[in-house]
Each structure stands twice: as structure tokens, then as C-alpha cells.
Ligand binder design. Structure first.
Ligand code: NAP
Length: 256
């Protein structure tokens, strides 16, 4: 086992965790999927690209022997989260899931939770002007929407867009003033989002509340069973510090 911590990233939390670990002198390697053309890079070492499923990640862990893995991927990145749980268990590598809390409705919110993008598409089929902020992947579920659809994503979607779509390429954070202006400009009458949580993209919810616009939220996939989970970077740091590799005991005893 070496002293490296593998952070599965692609989120603001992962970048903040990597920066905090670097600041503490921890050897950190951040892993990105390589989906975004121009990713925001974390501090410290970075590798980019998939591992090849749970088996590939298990082989990677066997070869590189990091002391711990923090899965700080997006709440909707369910495949890599499942791979991490399987691979870490197989290699007996300590694994932590860092996942920010979902959003909670405030007074004045008109929210409807659904289980999938398909269900979200059904829920908004009767609206005239939909603001779709579910990200690039899965946009095809909305392809048959009859009305106007403002699609916002970081990179252009590969999947077919609805006939009445306007594509807006933008990366958060977004200000409340900008979200209010956007909703008004496009006369949006319903917002669709994943329950991603966090502050970076929260302003659209505040804007919807202020304008009395309903919001359809896709529920998160379940957490992997048996994996300790924390909600904040600070808790993840404390966990990493507890997982610290200790120097060998006098007489060359085994390292933890
Ligand atoms: P996913 O469906 O769980 O993952 C698909 C595949 O991408 C995985 O099987 C894995 O390939 C690879 N992968 C994903 N995250 C990786 C990472 N951090 N390092 C190395 N390989 C990774 O994930 P996704 O929804 O496509 O998201 C991809 C990345 O974008 C994630 O890092 C996530 O944190 C970030 N992100 C996702 C969303 C979202 O809404 N889903 C939003 C913002 C950011 P192999 O099987 O080959 O290992």
C-alpha cells in the first residue's frame, strides 16, 4: 500500500477535497471521466478516462494500491459509484462516498419529484416553455416534447433535441439575477432538473420560486449499500486523516 488517495471526481466537492488534501501535503490523484471537453482541473495529480468497469478499477487498485479512495462523483454518476463499491470491496481498499445533500423545498416552492428522465418528460409534456437543466446525458428522453424547450448544458448533447429546442451552452455557477432574466426572457413555465443539490446551480430554484414557476426534480439513484457516506468535504478530510498510513512499527511490523 502506498500513501496516495484516489479521488473520483468531476464535481466541485472533489476539486475542493483535492485542494485541501494537497494543502495538507497528502499525495492525491484525482480521476476524471473525460466527458467534458474543457474540464475544470483539480489541484494535484490528475488522470483522465474510465477504468473499464468494476473489474478495471479493481485491477487499477491492485496495481497502484492507494491507501484510500474517495468517491466524490456526482450524485447521478451511479455507474462509477457502483464500480467503486465493488472494486474497493474486492481489493479491501477503504472507500468513502462523498455526496452533497439533495435540495429541500422552501415555502412557496411547487416541486414534483419523479424517478426518471422519462417520467420528467411525461410530467412536462403539457407545458408551453420548458427549461431543461438535467445535463447533456439523457436529453433524448425529452425529444418528443411539443413546446418550446430551453436546453442548458456544459457541452452540446449527442442525443436528439426536441423540435422546439433552443440550446444554451453554459457552465455554472449561475447568479439569481441571471436565472431570473433567463426564465423571463424565455417565458419559462416549468423547470426540469436533477436533484443534484449544492449551491452552484441552486439559483434556478430560487428564481422559479420567485416567479411562481413549478419545478420537476428527478430523484437521485440510491447510495451503494455498505459504503460509509459523508455530506461535506470537511468530513471527507477527517476520514482521510483517519485512514492515514502509519510508519512501520519498530522491527518492521506490517503497515496498516
Ligand atoms: P457514470 O454514468 O457513473 O459513469 C460512466 C462511466 O464513466 C463509468 O462507468 C466510468 O467508466 C467513467 N467514469 C465516470 N466517472 C469517472 C471518474 N471520476 N473517473 C474515471 N472514470 C469515470 O457517470 P456520468 O454520469 O457519465 O458522469 C461522468 C463524470 O461527470 C463523473 O465524474 C461525474 O462526477 C461528473 N458529473 C456527472 C453529472 C451527472 O449529472 N451525471 C453532473 C456533473 C458532473 P469505466 O466504467 O470505464 O470506469
Amino acid at each position: 500500500m502506498n500513501d496516495q488517495v484516489l479521488v473520483l471526481g468531476g464535481t466541485g466537492e472533489a476539486r475542493r477535497l483535492a485542494a485541501a488534501l494537497v494543502a495538507r501535503g497528502v499525495d492525491v490523484l484525482s480521476s476524471l471521466a473525460g466527458r467534458v471537453a474543457d474540464p475544470a482541473l483539480p489541484e494535484g495529480a490528475v488522470r483522465i478516462g474510465g477504468f473499464g468497469g468494476a473489474e478495471g478499477l479493481a485491477a487499477w487498485l491492485a496495481e497502484h494500491r492507494p491507501r484510500a479512495v474517495v468517491d466524490a462523483t456526482h450524485p447521478f454518476a451511479a455507474t462509477i459509484t457502483a464500480s467503486a463499491a465493488t472494486a474497493a470491496a474486492a481489493q479491501r481498499t477503504p472507500l468513502l462516498r462523498l455526496q452533497r445533500p439533495g435540495w429541500t423545498p422552501q415555502p412557496g416552492d411547487e416541486w414534483r419529484f419523479v424517478d426518471s428522465l422519462t417520467e420528467a418528460a411525461r410530467a412536462v409534456a403539457g407545458f408551453r416553455s420548458v427549461f431543461l437543466t438535467t445535463g447533456r446525458q439523457g436529453v433524448g428522453a425529452f425529444a418528443e416534447l411539443p413546446g418550446r424547450v430551453l436546453v442548458r448544458s456544459v457541452d452540446p448533447p449527442d442525443e436528439p433535441l426536441p423540435a422546439g429546442a433552443t440550446l444554451l451552452l453554459a457552465r455554472g455557477p449561475f447568479s439569481l439575477a441571471d436565472e431570473l432574466a433567463l426564465l423571463r426572457e424565455h417565458a419559462v413555465d416549468v423547470v426540469v432538473t436533477k436533484d443534484s443539490g449544492g449551491h452552484m446551480t441552486e439559483a434556478k430554484l430560487t428564481a422559479a420560486r420567485e416567479l411562481g414557476i413549478p419545478v420537476v426534480l428527478v430523484r437521485r439513484p440510491p447510495l451503494p449499500p455498505g459504503v460509509p457516506t459523508v455530506a461535506t468535504v470537511e468530513e471527507a478530510l477527517a476520514w482521510v486523516e483517519r485512514s492515514e498510513v502509519r510508519p512501520p512499527a519498530a522491527g518492521g511490523g506490517p503497515r496498516r
